[in-house]
Unconditional design. Structure first.
Length: 94
């Protein structure tokens, strides 16, 4: 039962990220990107288990970017850099 609850939690976090990114598409995609959804990245500093859902959500939302594959690759690299640093800097449950 715990695995199902975790899966639902991960899917919810990813869905919230994607919905926020799409609703605020004018700010989320452009030469200067301002994503309100990136505030969810702070969840990784409290619990590292949010690394994979947030990475997947960033990947999915960037497929809808007008910049195409460049935005997908560069955003994933920058998000993974930020999120993986939370593994190194913040002690806590993994």
């Amino acid at each position: 039962m715990k695995n199902i609850k975790d899966l639902v939690l991960y899917a919810s976090v990813a869905a919230i990220y994607i919905v926020l990114t799409m609703l605020l598409g004018g700010l989320s995609f452009g030469p200067i990107q301002f994503r309100i959804a990136e505030a969810l990245v702070l969840l990784c500093f409290f619990n590292k288990k949010y690394f994979y859902p947030l990475t997947l959500a960033c990947l999915i939302s960037n497929f809808m970017s007008p910049f195409g594959i460049y935005d997908v690759i560069l955003a994933i690299l920058s998000d993974n850099d930020l999120l993986s640093n939370s593994f190194l800097l913040i002690p806590g449950p993994s």
